[in-house]
Write a protein that binds this ligand. Structure first.
Ligand code: NOJ
Length: 741
């Protein structure tokens, strides 16, 4: 029976009484099971091993994992996929004394069987619905194939394109990143755990992994707590608010304390202040790696530090399974800490319904029916075309006419498949059908003849293919070049000090441009690259990232204008590596440069402009948009009030198209000082030629608040600038209002 006060409290939190009694029921079951468990069995639940099929990190040692499962020594496995394999291992778990089912986790980062664009590319769509849908489909496929848990979304803010893992996140902005984090969690978890098409989400890497010094993967993070709270933590909080079932901690240390052994991060913030009820898995081996960090002496101490700091499950370091029982025996670790971690894990197993039926995700018929459905491929194509950014289109080279006699496809990635699928995609070997650019163009070229020359490789320096590429280009009406990175040049442990277009690809572009033919360059990569010559000389450029299974079809859709590009950059593109870290929401300094030519005792470089090559939020369309008629509902806003900001957006060109209208604010005078602008709202709008629409945004206290040095969220009275446009560096409308006490 729920008491009246409890009922009112639940109502206030928006929790239904049915959900409440289900939670209570699960809590009772967890307690009952806990009573029956030996300490060894409890520690087994905190232990996670990789399967031997796929390996995504340095394997510790093998042993007989199936026997360990039967002995109740393993609570979860990663990298075991497919109904057949997961069922086999679950059968072994059913031979353990208490028959506690295994959890199967997998890096389902951008699709499972059908690969979607890499997360950074999807972020460029600024299309939360499409992003949620892509996660929903990935979850549906994975869940049909025995997976209970994805190690996604990665919600790390990243301001350094040298860092290989920028491909896995939503870019540099906290506001956009938080909305995307929410969309992805909702997509993965669907209508909630317990549905057989929902998988547990895992917000990672907690925390600040994206701020690795120098962009070197796994590197230290040295950061003020204010920046941590203001820039790096909000996407995690958003994921938690959206119901993320699990968190993964991170490899880095934060101000000298490894995240895995960091009580402030995991206990005080996540489980304390934020009240997280799920469990925290370590990153691969990160518990043991605290030895290399120099934080603990050995795995015994590592286990003690990690469990004390709130890491619930040990991925692959074997510190827990080898040492926790002894640590409890010797009084170094309290039994309650173990019980708390076990409870958190068991609760999720109950919520997933695995105690009712451990094989409910292991249905071969469902797997067969679900994987690779045509509508999933269609959705992958749809979000892929929404992720392509038009960087340049001088002389309207694009879209291509269907009447062209011939198009030359030139470059090392024209026929690439795996490379366009990108890092963190699941390898299906021969079963994979990945649409290359070549195939995508064949599907749509109609009467146009397609010519092909590779020209050069992605990375080496041989010019042997240049002559053939040049003569092929000369035969064509238009040249489309497919250039960029191979799939393993951005990703985990794939940081690069040089993020220029690799090898001699830009030399090939020069040679082709010299033919005088109209050239379109496609840039396929997992990160922002540097390609200044191309940007300055080639008339048309599309940044296509790595787009997944349907890459070629999606690119052809955009090249032929069947889809009018609408994506906007979620990360700043530098002119040179020397400008990194570079991001749009920087602080002004006491000596800001007025413009790119102002270098007299100014903040910047004497050998390089201050501005980036392409700004955050930038992206063109085949049509044009104009902004007018900015109106603020009032010029003064009370602290607990809100203000409505509206303007007219018009499609001033000749084609239908979507624009992402962006609103930025600046708090002009504040203590501490505030960034030159911050994204606070955006809307993606479809407009027919000549059509106008009124766009309205509401700004309230939350949009104006920030952290002070005591880590309190505050607002300060004073002037705010309002800036509206289609990019952070193309503000079309501006005004001001005052926040008053
Ligand atoms: C290490 C990566 O950092 C993490 O993101 C991933 O989920 C695990 N390996 C498992 O593959």
């Amino acid at each position: 029976m729920i008491r009246r006060n409890t009922f009112i409290f639940l109502l206030a939190l928006g929790i239904s009484t049915a959900a409440y009694s289900q939670t209570q029921d699960i809590d009772r079951k967890v307690e009952a099971l806990l009573q029956k468990m030996t300490l060894e069995e409890k520690v087994g639940q905190l232990n996670q091993y990789t399967g031997d099929w796929e390996v995504t990190g340095p394997v510790t040692n093998s042993g007989n994992k199936v026997e360990d499962v039967k002995k109740g020594k393993i609570g979860s496995m990663l990298n075991v996929r497919g109904v057949k394999h997961t069922r086999e291992l679950q059968q072994a778990a059913m031979q353990s004394r208490l028959k506690i089912p295994l959890l199967f986790g997998q890096d389902v980062i951008h699709g499972y069987r059908v690969t979607f664009p890499i997360p950074l590319a999807e972020a460029a769509s600024w299309d939360l619905e499409a992003i949620e849908k892509s996660a929903r489909i990935a979850a549906t496929e994975a869940a049909s194939s025995g997976i209970h848990w994805t190690f996604a979304p990665m919600v790390d803010i990243a301001r350094d394109p040298r860092w290989g893992r920028v491909m896995e996140g939503a870019g540099e902005d906290t506001y956009l990143g938080s909305l995307i984090a929410k969309a992805r969690v909702k997509g993965f978890q669907g209508k909630g755990l317990g549905n057989t098409n929902a998988v547990m989400a895992c917000a990672k890497h907690f925390a600040a992994y994206g701020a690795a010094i120098g962009g070197r993967d796994y590197n230290s993070v040295d950061m003020s707590l204010r920046t941590l709270w203001e820039v790096y933590l909000p996407p995690f909080k958003a994921a938690l608010d959206a119901g993320a079932a699990t968190f993964m901690n991170s490899f880095n240390d934060i101000n000298g304390i490894p995240a895995t052994g960091n009580s402030y991060i995991q206990r005080d913030i996540l489980k304390g202040k934020w009240g997280f009820k799920g469990f925290v898995v370590s990153d691969w081996g990160s518990i043991g790696e605290m030895i290399q960090h120099g934080y603990v002496k050995d795995n015994y101490e590592a286990a003690e530090a990690a469990i004390t700091a709130g890491s619930d499950m040990d991925m692959e370091s074997r510190s827990y399974i080898n040492h926790l029982v002894k640590l409890v025996g010797e009084g170094k670790v309290k039994q309650e800490l173990i019980d708390d971690a076990v409870r958190r894990i068991l609760r999720k197993k109950f919520e997933l319904g695995l105690f009712d039926d451990p094989y409910r995700f292991s249905n071969e018929k469902r797997e067969k029916k679900t994987l690779n459905k045509p509508e999933f491929l269609q959705a992958a194509r749809d979000v892929a075309k929404r992720s392509i950014v038009l960087l340049k289109n001088e002389g309207s080279v694009l879209p291509l006419s269907k009447d062209l006699k011939s198009v030359a496809l030139i470059g090392p990635l024209v026929k690439a498949e795996k490379d366009m699928q990108g890092f963190w995609s699941i390898d299906w070997g021969k079963e994979d059908h990945l649409v290359s650019l070549y195939e995508g163009m064949q599907n749509q070229a109609g009467k146009t003849k397609l010519l092909y020359a590779k020209g050069c490789h992605v990375q080496d320096t041989s010019r042997a293919g240049f002559a053939e590429a040049v003569s092929t280009a000369k035969e064509a009406d238009v040249v489309v070049m497919a250039m960029g990175e191979k799939f393993d040049m951005s990703g985990e442990a794939k940081s690069r000090s040089n993020i220029h277009l690799p090898g001699i690809q830009e030399e090939l572009i020069k040679a082709i441009q010299a033919t005088g033919k109209p050239v379109v360059v496609l840039l396929m990569a997992g990160r922002p690259m540097v390609f200044n010559w191309t940007a300055d000389h080639v008339p048309a450029i599309l940044y296509t990232w790595w787009l997944g299974s349907q890459a070629g079809n999606a690119i052809a859709d955009v090249l032929y204008g069947n889809y009018n590009p609408s994506a906007k950059l979620p990360m700043t593109f530098p002119r040179s590596e020397g400008q990194i870290p570079i991001y749009y929401n920087y602080l002004n300094t006491g000596r800001p440069a007025k413009d790119d030519t102002d270098m007299n005792y100014r903040s910047g470089y004497i050998d390089m402009q201050k501005s980036p090559k392409y700004a955050f939020g930038y992206g063109l369309s085949y049509t044009t948009f104009s902004y007018s008629n900015l109106k603020l509902s009032q010029k003064q806003m009370g602290k607990n009030d809100s203000i409505s900001i509206s303007f007219t957006l018009t499609n001033s060109g000749k084609l239908a198209g979507e624009e992402v209208a962006q609103l930025y604010l600046r708090d002009v005078v504040a203590k501490p000082v505030r960034p030159v602008k911050e994204l606070k709202a955006f809307k993606k709008v479809m407009l027919q030629p000549g059509e106008s629409r009124t766009i309205s945004f509401t700004i309230d206290k939350e949009s104006l608040s920030f952290y002070n040095d005591n880590l309190e969220k505050i607002t300060q009275a004073g002037e705010f600038e309002v800036m509206i446009g289609g990019s952070s560096d193309a503000i079309k409308l501006d005004d001001k209002f005052d926040l008053v006490d």
